[in-house]
Design a protein around this ligand. Structure first.
Ligand code: GAR
Length: 208
């Protein structure tokens, strides 16, 4: 099977990146991470890439005079690495419409809740789990979705539920949700690798 070429963009610890690396190395995911890009030079995600001989790039808006110049550089890196799928894995920056459009239906994000709930501005990382617990819902989960120009809005590819226990703190819930993320992201990437994803309007259909 053809190996799908990935760029992974991450801002922090990169446990999702690690889970993808592990799946690839175990032979269970037909993919190749061509480059890991982070806006944060200290992101452990970059260290994880280096440990696995994956090209790592620190690319921040702060390194460029204008947003356009940043976009040009990012697009250049994606193009020169012949990227099929851009994978946002805890990437905490909003990409410009220009970049998003260039990878329409070829850029995905993982969100630690069941979108369209608990998404949008300010809903990232632990804030999501705090909001989930505060709301009193009994079920949360993980969403993998296509990235469009509206934050946390693109068509949903797969979701998985995680129960909220009475004893949960935001931290304990985050930990359980993260374990599910580690399974689900590779599953979603696998669907792209097997060319099973079909997009019609704001719906994703998974071919059998
Ligand atoms: C993950 O829980 C991911 O879903 C979340 O950040 C964490 C990154 O963890 N992303 C968002 O909240 C995006 N809105 P990681 O660096 O260990 O993969």
């Amino acid at each position: 099977m053809k190996k799908i070429k990935l760029a992974v963009l991450a801002s922090g610890g990169g446990t999702n990146l690690q889970a993808i690396i592990d799946k690839i190395e175990s032979g269970k995911l037909s993919a190749e991470i061509r480059v890991v890009i982070s806006n944060n030079s200290k992101a452990f995600a970059l260290e994880r890439a280096r440990k696995h001989n994956i090209k790592d790039v620190h690319l921040s808006h702060k390194m460029f005079e204008t947003k356009d110049k940043f976009d040009e550089k990012l697009l250049e890196i994606l193009k020169e690495n012949k990227i099929d799928l851009v994978v946002l894995a805890g990437y905490m920056k909003i990409l410009s419409p220009k970049v998003i459009r260039a990878y329409k239906n070829r850029m995905i994000n993982i969100h630690p809740a069941l979108l369209p709930h608990f998404g949008g501005t300010g809903m990232y990382g632990i804030h999501v789990h705090e909001a989930v617990i505060k709301s009193g819902v009994k079920v949360t989960g993980v969403t993998v979705h296509l990235v469009d120009e509206i934050y946390d809005h693109g068509a949903i590819i797969i979701q998985k539920c995680v129960p909220v226990e009475d004893s949960d703190t935001p931290e304990s819930l985050a930990e359980r949700v993260l374990k599910v993320e580690h399974q689900l992201y590779s599953e979603a990437i696998g669907l792209f690798a097997e060319e099973k994803i079909e997009v019609k309007g704001n719906r994703v259909y998974i071919k059998k």
